[in-house]
Design a binder for this molecule. Sequence first.
Ligand code: ADP
Ligand code: MG
Length: 293
Amino acid sequence: ATPTSLMVGMGRGAQLGILVRNGAALELSEKIGVIVLDKTGTLTEGKPEVTDVVVFDDMTEDQFVQLVASAEQSSEHPLAEAVVNYAKKKNLQLVQPSVFTAFGGRGIGAIVNGQKLNVGNREFMVENEITIDSSAMKKIEALSDRGKTVLFVAVGNSLQGYLAVADKLKPESVKAVEHLKKQGMRLVMLTGDQQKTAEAIAAEAGISEVIAEVLPEDKAKNIIRFQEKGLKVAMVGDGINDAPALAQADVGIAMGTGIDIAVESGDIVLMKGNLDGIYGALALSKAVMRNIR
Ligand code: ADP
Ligand code: MG
């Protein structure tokens, strides 16, 4: 039976931009001990911008950016969007790749103007047997240490250069994290991004526990790992890659600003993607449960 207090709670939530899609989640929320948060688009704005471009050998920076943006224009990833926007700002003419393949959580492969391109993270380069010399790696690590995501670019079988992309924390992230920690919540960042980049952003947000370099299909497994220890878990996310984890969590909290599949996987939707809504939902749950008992 759904008590009227649950209905009242859902109504109050709606006024606060907290859409409760599943009333049972509201009953469970007060038992939550761990909150797992996705990084990109959840803790951060999800609007990354290109900050650095490094090109090797006999290609100009414009030629390089034009090539990478042409390859990335078919990708829906926020990182791809950052590269395309950067190329547009430079008024570069993009060309349609003849072949395009997305490798979830790793990168993309494409053929542009007859040239084979692979753009993605370090593991993706390793998989494609692209070597990265140690002096380049040092510079790349320095960028990662500052919370930037590095996109490695291989043309043919060798590294042609890289781009660094930065994504700012949402303005409310630090306060929201602080507030949740004060309530005794264990906070964990779960991301597909590189360890160093993730750690830098997590530190900025005030989160000390980081699970990085997680493939999209493995995000849900990490939720199960907590549940196996008898913990009740809330997952907060916005992307396609978060949908299975949102569904697996005891309470899935989706960003209303996220992709449809993620929103549909959430028990609770924060309409404006505002993280204050996490403790808003927890408080709502407590109020509702008090009324029920
Ligand atoms: P997150 O969990 O932060 O939302 P994803 O799982 O979507 O991250 O992606 C993980 C990593 O895979 C990215 O940080 C990036 O290094 C790489 N990647 C994914 N898609 C692309 C792309 N279109 N272009 C370049 N790199 C990509
Ligand atoms: Mg995301």
